[in-house]
Every structure is written in C-alpha cells, then in structure tokens.
Design a binder for this molecule. Structure first.
Ligand code: SF4
Ligand code: SF4
Length: 421
C-alpha cells in the first residue's frame, strides 16, 4: 500500500463499492467524456489499485482524481452507500502529500491559508472592490472573468465576525452564525437577509470573533491538514452554542462532516443547520410569516452541496412559496453547474460546458429569475446567463417579500394575540 497520510481512502470504504455502475449516468464527467476512468466507479477502481499496492500515486492517478467535480451526485445514486466524498478528499490529501509541486503548494496557500486568514481576505476584497469600481473586472481574460460575475463588494469591506444582533420582540433563542470567508465579504447581502429573518423569528444572532473559514475548499483541494486545523478552530469558537447557523450550502455540508476532521467535531457537526432547512422549519411551524398563495413563477437550481450532500431539496422551494413565488424545476437530476470550488481554474472546458448546459435549462423556462442557495453556483450561473436573468438566494427573496410594512404589521399583530390552550 502506498498511502502515507491519516486521511487516506479506507479499504472498507473502497470495498463498499459493488461495481454496479448505477452512479455512472448521474456523473457529469462520465456523461461528458464517456470514459470509465472519468466515472465514480473508475475513480474507485484507481483508488483500490493504490490501496492494494498495484499502482503508485503518480501523475496518472492525480489526473483521474483531479477531473472529479466532487459534486456527490454519485453518492445520491449509490445503493451501497459508498462514502465517495470522503474517499475523494482522502485521495486528494494523498496526492498533495506525494507530489508537493508548485500547483499543489499554490492551492494549499490559497485555500488552506489565505481564505482562513481574515486580514488577507479583507485586503483581497478591497482590491476586488476597487477593481469592480474601475471596471477592471470587465476586461479580465478567460476564467478570471468570473470575477465580473460577482456581486459588487461593498466599501468598506464588511465582516460579521465578532458581532451580535438582538431579536425583534421577545427572544425565543440564540443561534451562532458562521461568517465564512468569501461569503462574509462578497455575499454580505445574503448574510444581512438571513440575519434579519432570524431576528424576525425572535432569535438573537451571535457571530463568534475567533471563528474561521469552514475549511471546505481546503479539504476539496487536498490541503487536509489545513482543513483539520480550521475545523479545530471552529469547534473551539462555537463551543457552548446549541445551534450553528450556516448560509452557504458548501460550508454547511462540510461542517456536518466535521467528525471526520477533528476529535470534538462530531459534537459540532450535529449542531450545524443549513439556512434553508432552519428557515423552512420556522415557516412550517408558523414562527415566520408565509404568503397564502403563490403568484409568480421563479426557476430553481439545486446546489450539489444542498441536494446531494445534505438531501435538502424541498426546503428552498418551501421558502420561495412562503415568499409568494412558485418554483419551476429546471433539472430533476440536479446535475452540477460546473462551479465546484476551484474547478473552473483547473478544468475550464468542462466547467464551461456544464455552466452553459445549466444556463440553457434556465433560459428554456423563459423566466427572468432563478433561485440558488450557494455563492459558487450563483457566480457560475451569472457567467453564462444574460443580464436579463437575475440570480437570487431564496432567503433574500423571502426577506424582501416579508420586509414590507403591511406584512410586518400583520405579523406583529398576529404575534401579540394571546395563545389559547
Ligand atoms: S463526485 Fe460528481 S464528478 Fe465526481 S465521480 Fe461523483 S458524480 Fe462524478
Ligand atoms: S453506484 Fe455505488 S456501488 Fe455502484 S458502482 Fe457506483 S459507487 Fe460503486
């Protein structure tokens, strides 16, 4: 066996695959290439070969693993419950340990260090904000042009870490809030919307100051030791909080797996809630207002880290309905849009092809708006959609719908009616 880290794919996990091939039609890279080595089964076969000492961790192995989007559509389809995401993260950690080349070290610095170091991220965000104002992002070449699809970064660059928000009216509970890395500065509108919705439901919101990036990007890119370090820090930062609220699908999915990254992680993992599941639950309980009828259609896109990693499908739709919108399906299989973290940088051709496919599904609905609950997906969709199609977060449109004087007055009046036993 040639594995050298504690993160390596386990023989037990690899042997769970029964080679049935049911995952193949769901795999984007297999569908685009028709190549067995670009399928989940092919990737598992390569990992098994290394595990049995039949193949080294070489360039060929790295190429096979690197093409994977880590979308986890194969996990959803698998009847044998193969933990593919965990196996792939282990394989990437091994590649990084075996081949400390420039690209690997670069990824490690970017996703393992910079995103978790707030001053560096704030500095980069200032540069981005200035570049956006000077319209420099409009003239960037190729994949860097994705920056043009970002929301405008506010000046001064914001951060929620270390802040606290009191509830509107009587307090029903407290939630700890993950500020995140790019989400905190580049998608602060989403943070504002979810915090206001939580306050409306009577929650005090606390963003601990000593938290850091969740570590998902580091784990996906093979910077496993950095991912473990970030998980450790968040376990300490969120200690003592019953609920840890996360409004980015990629981050909530990763934090629900913290038991794999740190000793005390399992305790935090069960306290993590994704924004869409928590807010949909509050709406269902009558703890938040809901529209009585839907009057306008809106297309909906499922981020892989909600649909495949967490099985969260109905909740964003329920939030849209509560906002008076009728979700229109674009793809019942939930195929990846091609964003996939840093995939655009390593495999722009496949990323672009998947992005164009997803955009054409949205355009086919003829609707001017699509809802997506993940920042990476939002950026990818905006890159391939015309300016005429708006990409929104479900909680943002919900907050806009309920943040009107008539709805708020009616809601306050409803909350003050004494309950009868
Ligand atoms: S994670 Fe996605 S791209 Fe990777 S093997 Fe599974 S289905 Fe294919
Ligand atoms: S569906 Fe599961 S068991 Fe079947 S080939 Fe794919 S990973 Fe293996």
């Amino acid at each position: 066996m040639t594995w050298i880290t504690e993160f390596a794919p386990t023989t037990e996990g690899l042997n769970a695959c029964i080679d049935c091939g049911l995952c193949l039609p769901t795999c984007p890279t297999y569908r685009l290439t028709g190549d067995e080595s670009a399928s989940p089964r092919g990737r598992i076969a390569a990992m098994r070969a290394v595990d049995r000492g039949l193949m080294p961790v070489d360039d060929r192995f790295a190429g096979v693993m690197d093409l994977c989007l880590q979308c986890l559509a194969c996990e959803t389809a698998c009847p044998s419950l193969v933990p593919f995401g965990k196996l792939m993260e282990g394989a990437r950690a091994e590649i990084a340990a075996h081949r400390p080349d420039t690209a690997t070290i670069g990824k490690r610095v970017l996703f393992g260090r910079l995103v978790g170091f707030r001053p560096a991220l704030v500095f980069l965000s200032w540069l981005l904000a200035i570049a956006q104002r000077l319209r420099l992002t409009d003239v960037l070449p190729s994949s860097a042009a994705k920056a043009a699809a970002l929301r405008p970064v506010p000046i001064p660059v914001p951060s929620t870490a270390g802040h606290e928000w009191l509830p509107e009216g009587e307090q029903v509970g407290t939630v700890a809030f993950l500020s995140g890395c790019v989400m905190d500065q580049w998608y602060s509108d989403v943070h504002v919307a979810v915090i206001e919705v939580l306050r409306t439901a009577g929650y005090r919101v606390v963003a601990p100051p000593n938290q850091t990036c969740c570590g998902a990007m580091a784990a996906h890119e093979g910077a496993a030791y950095d991912a473990a370090r970030m998980a450790e820090r968040n376990v300490a930062a969120f200690a003592g909080h019953d609920l840890v609220f996360v409004d980015s699908a990629g981050c909530s999915a990763h934090m629900k797996d913290y038991d794999q990254w740190t000793e005390g992680g399992s305790d935090l993992a069960v306290r993590v809630v994704d924004a869409t599941e928590f807010i949909a639950g509050l709406i269902a309980k009558g703890a938040l207002p809901a529209a009585v009828e839907t009057t306008e259609p809106i297309a909906i896109q499922d981020p892989c880290h909600l649909r495949h990693a967490q099985g969260i499908i109905e909740e964003p739709r329920a939030i849209l309905r509560a906002a008076g919108l009728e979700p229109v399906e674009i793809d019942p299989t939930g195929m990846c849009c091609g964003a996939a973290g840093a995939y655009q940088l390593s495999h722009p051709d496949i990323s672009d092809e998947l992005g164009r496919m997803k955009a054409s599904q949205i355009v086919a609905t003829g609707l001017p708006r699509v809802a997506s609950a993940n920042p990476g997906c939002e950026m990818q969709l905006k890159t391939f959609l015309d300016d005429g199609v708006e990409v929104v977060h479900p909680v943002e449109v919900y907050w806009k719908a309920i943040n009107t004087r008539p709805v708020r007055q009616a809601w306050r009046a409803l909350k003050t009616v004494p309950r009868r036993n």
